[in-house]
Design a binder for this molecule. Structure first.
Ligand code: CMP
Length: 137
């Protein structure tokens, strides 16, 4: 069993698609270990995305991620990191496969409905950024 970290982004929450995305998550065999709805502060979003600081899209990314509430999730299943990335689809919704979260609910590479950890080390950092140890045990 493996854990990963996911975000239902502000565009998807505002559009009323959080429930549909949670259903996709459960229908794909994930256990929702922890879940919280929250509006991120700029400091929290900037720390989370620190690896992207200095890139051209960074300010746009932080504006977007703080514009409204998100749903923060700790998910568990076998091969959770890769599987969640598969269920989300390509980062750019225009290139994402049919039936994926980003194809169904994303708009463009900036407003792409969901986030997922890309490796075990990032999953560990991202889970610990948002959840306490006992919440994701
Ligand atoms: P995410 O998986 O949350 O990780 C970083 C995010 O940066 C990514 O999804 C995209 O939403 C965003 N991003 C990556 N590249 C670009 C880009 N060229 N323009 C705008 N946003 C981007």
């Amino acid at each position: 069993m493996e854990k990963t970290f996911a975000i239902i982004k502000p565009d998807a929450v505002a559009a009323g698609n959080a429930g549909n995305i949670l259903a996709l998550i459960e229908n794909n065999g994930f256990r929702i270990v922890a879940m919280r709805k929250e509006t991120l502060s700029r400091a929290v979003a900037e720390g989370f995305y620190a690896v992207h600081k200095g890139k051209g899209f960074f300010d746009e990314l932080i504006d977007f991620m703080t514009e409204g509430p998100v749903v923060l999730l700790a998910l568990e299943r076998e091969d959770a990191i890769n599987k969640w990335r598969e269920v989300m689809g390509s980062t750019n919704p225009e290139k994402a496969a049919e039936g994926t979260v980003r194809k169904l609910y994303g708009t463009n590479i900036g407003r792409n409905a969901s986030h997922g950890s890309d490796a075990p080390e990032t999953a560990a950092f991202e889970l610990s950024w948002f959840f306490r140890g006992y919440e994701v045990a």
